[in-house]
Design a protein around this ligand. Structure first.
Ligand SMILES: N[C@@H](CCC(=O)N[C@@H](CS)C(=O)NCC(=O)O)C(=O)O
Length: 276
């Protein structure tokens, strides 16, 4: 691990680190916010997964989350959204390849060599973070859009690993929407049976842990239909009896201005779960 940025922020430190990832076979960057409480005690960690086109920078520079993390004593960890660097597979378009890992473990060539973002985020990253930083080894997870999908799938596929999960404007039914269908065809192949284990609407049907889903969705989001489709999640959760707190927010779009407006409420939600 090598520290490449450090800035004082709300009494704590916003850092950027780089490390050689074994899972992804490349060098990865991550944002780490250490609240002031880490000078005296171990703190719980909130993982944040960003959306399409993002790096580790978008969340740490735009969401304004550090103020709330400092208030509640939470460490924030924000990884990149795909493997990066020379030789990493890519394709035309912002919604596939670099910046668009979709937090799945790809099975199809050429992606399967390095596009293993689910394993990276749920296994390698927590092990690394819990070795290098003063954590209580308790975790929660959140994210935006493609990263909201990643956070929901990470929690649903790994019962017991996260104390709470939330998302902003998540892609909840990737098997049924254009962004997901394009990415899953490339990363997982054309047999749609294999897509189900990476799809929130499918996973809630028989989740073994009924961890409540907290979701904020802007009503003026330019991707609401056809990409995000919160209506499909509402129906799936009602059918399965899965607890869902979906808040439609009038006037808000898909941007980080929306996230900045409600990130304080999400951090308070995670802090309460992590304390309990
Ligand atoms: N139409 C957009 C789609 C990408 C997009 O909206 N990305 C969202 C996540 S899905 C984002 O967070 N963008 C970066 C930012 O706003 O900082 C583009 O072509 O860049």
């Amino acid at each position: 691990m090598e520290r490449i940025e450090e800035h004082a922020c709300h009494g704590g430190r916003q850092q950027v680190w780089k490390h050689a990832s074994e899972t992804l076979s490349c060098e990865m960057r991550l944002g780490v916010y250490l609240p002031p409480q880490t000078e005296r005690a171990a703190c719980a960690v909130l993982y944040w997964l960003s959306g399409l086109t993002c790096t580790e920078q978008n969340f740490i520079t735009k969401a304004g989350a550090q103020r709330y993390a400092a208030e509640h004593g939470l460490i924030l960890v924000a990884p990149d959204t795909s493997p990066r660097g020379p030789g990493v597979a890519d394709a035309e378009g912002y919604d596939i390849g670099l910046g668009a890992g979709f937090y799945v473990d790809a099975t199809q060539s050429p992606w399967s060599l390095q596009y293993r973002m689910h394993e990276y985020v749920t296994q390698e990253l927590p092990a690394l973070v819990e070795t290098f930083f003063p954590t209580t080894q308790t975790r929660s997870i959140s994210g935006h859009s493609m990263g909201g999908h990643g956070a929901l799938v990470a929690a649903l596929r790994n019962p017991g690993r996260y104390r709470s999960v939330s998302a902003f404007s998540p892609i909840v039914a990737p098997s049924q929407v254009p962004w997901g269908q394009k990415a899953f065809t490339q990363y997982l192949g054309s047999d749609t049976a294999a897509w189900k284990e990476w799809d929130t609407v499918e996973l809630v049907r028989d989740a073994s842990e009924r961890l409540p889903l907290l979701i904020d969705q802007g009503e003026a989001d330019e991707f609401l239909d056809p990409q995000l489709r919160p209506d499909l999640l509402r129906r799936a959760c009602a059918d399965a009896g899965h607890p869902l707190h979906l808040r439609m927010r009038a006037g808000y779009d898909h941007s980080y201005y929306f996230i900045a407006s409600f990130i304080g409420e999400h951090i308070a939600h995670h802090a309460a779960a992590l304390r309990g």
